[in-house]
Design a protein around this ligand. Structure first.
Ligand code: FES
Length: 381
């Protein structure tokens, strides 16, 4: 429990349990330059990344607080040479560890070393189910072939394997191929996740957002495929974009309730997009995770329900969705306190309708690829 002075006369008392999930974004460096990258537009420079000792301390502190799940992510976490050291430390602490990777840079030597270090689980991303589309969307030649090799290695080394396919207007009509490929690779779980519009994906929203009809058709195919599986083969999870919902997602399961992200430069955030918000976030270089999670103004800011304006404040669903996503509210309304415009009760819901309309009018689906220096490079996928 901690107290927060809201700048007015009263002091609010806020209840918070421990963070259960730590997302360690250990580098923003990435061999891919996906058009739907959800990382911030301004990426931390490699020279500002925190070092091994600091990461090991962060992992220990998070585990002491009660965190149980740990995701190593990025960018591409394989680009950190100390990944194995971090995994070994996390494993000794008793974390369930997950590597979230594009697979680029994985070798048999490394996957074996990660196994020895105690890595529990690997999530491998694909940009599409064929080489041409995959390599174009990720902007890297031969990356599809490398991913196929990595998928085989993951199975060979007996890791549970989750495949992640990001669905966009460019690849959603290839869903049959995605289902076949995931089955052939013998994935345990397959996330068919329609892209969410944060970071660089927001830049390409008109091009990436599939129509409702194509989404429904894709979901129907997944359901039909699942029916035929008879409980065998990969488990498919289809995630629709919230733009077609009329209630917002319970983003991060509620701000500062479950998830804690630490970015490559040591910033601690309640969600991985939060840096876009007009507020200051703490850094693990200056404070303990305990102080950050329980005491920092930024983590307390959207805990509870008192911060909510109408219509969330009076809504009987506020305990289900917590007013939706703060980052999306800010991106679409310029005000981070607003209800997430996905909600049909939001006075800004028209911004979502306008986005859907605008995407429908965008017949040229060429996307702007992400470049480390944000150079503009347009390709047709
Ligand atoms: Fe930041 Fe939803 S992504 S609160």
């Amino acid at each position: 429990m901690s107290e927060i002075n809201n700048g007015q006369s009263e002091t609010r008392v806020i209840e918070a349990g421990p963070p259960l999930w730590l997302l360690a974004e250990i580098t923003y460096a990435c061999p891919l330059h996906c058009a739907y990258c959800s990382n911030p537009l301004n990426l931390t420079d490699k020279k500002d990344e925190i070092g091994t000792e600091e990461w090991l301390r962060v992992l220990s502190e998070a585990r002491d607080m009660g965190a149980v799940q740990l995701g190593f992510s990025g960018g591409e976490p394989l680009l950190r040479k100390d990944l194995e050291q971090m995994v070994a430390h996390a494993s000794e602490l008793g974390f369930y560890t997950n590597l979230i990777t594009s697979g680029i840079g994985m070798t048999e030597k490394r996957i074996a070393a990660l196994k020895d270090a105690g890595l529990d689980h690997i999530q491998l991303s694909f940009q599409a189910a064929n080489a041409e589309a995959n390599d174009l969307i990720g902007n890297r030649r031969h990356s599809f072939a490398q991913k196929l090799e990595v998928a085989k290695l993951i199975k060979q080394y007996e890791y549970p394997m989750v495949l992640n396919f990001c669905l966009t207007a460019q690849n959603i009509d290839q869903i049959d191929d995605v289902l076949a490929l995931a089955t052939e690779l013998d994935a345990d779980f397959v996330e068919l996740a329609t892209v969410q519009y944060y970071g660089w994906a927001y830049v390409n929203r008109d091009q990436l957002l599939p129509s409702k009809a194509t989404l429904e058709a894709a979901e129907a195919k997944v359901n039909a495929f699942r029916d035929k599986q008879n409980g065998k083969g990969p488990k498919f999870i289809f995630v629709s974009p919230d733009y077609y919902e009329d209630r917002p997602k319970a983003c991060m399961n509620g701000w500062g309730s479950t998830f804690l992200t630490v970015t490559p430069d040591g910033s601690a955030l309640p969600c991985h997009s939060a840096k876009i918000l007009p507020m200051t976030f703490p850094n693990v270089k200056d404070k303990s995770l305990q102080d950050i999670w329980y005491q920092d103004f930024s983590f307390n800011k959207f805990r509870g329900y008192d911060w909510m304006p109408s219509p969330c404040r009076d809504c009987d669903e506020k305990e289900k969705d917590f007013g939706g996503c703060r980052c999306q509210a800010y991106m679409l309304t310029g005000d981070m306190y607003q209800a997430d415009p996905v909600c049909s009760k939001s006075p800004h819901h028209h911004t979502i309708e306008a986005a859907i309309e605008s995407a429908a009018k965008q017949h040229d689906k060429s996307v702007i690829l992400r470049d480390p220096k944000n150079k503009i490079d347009i390709v047709t996928v």
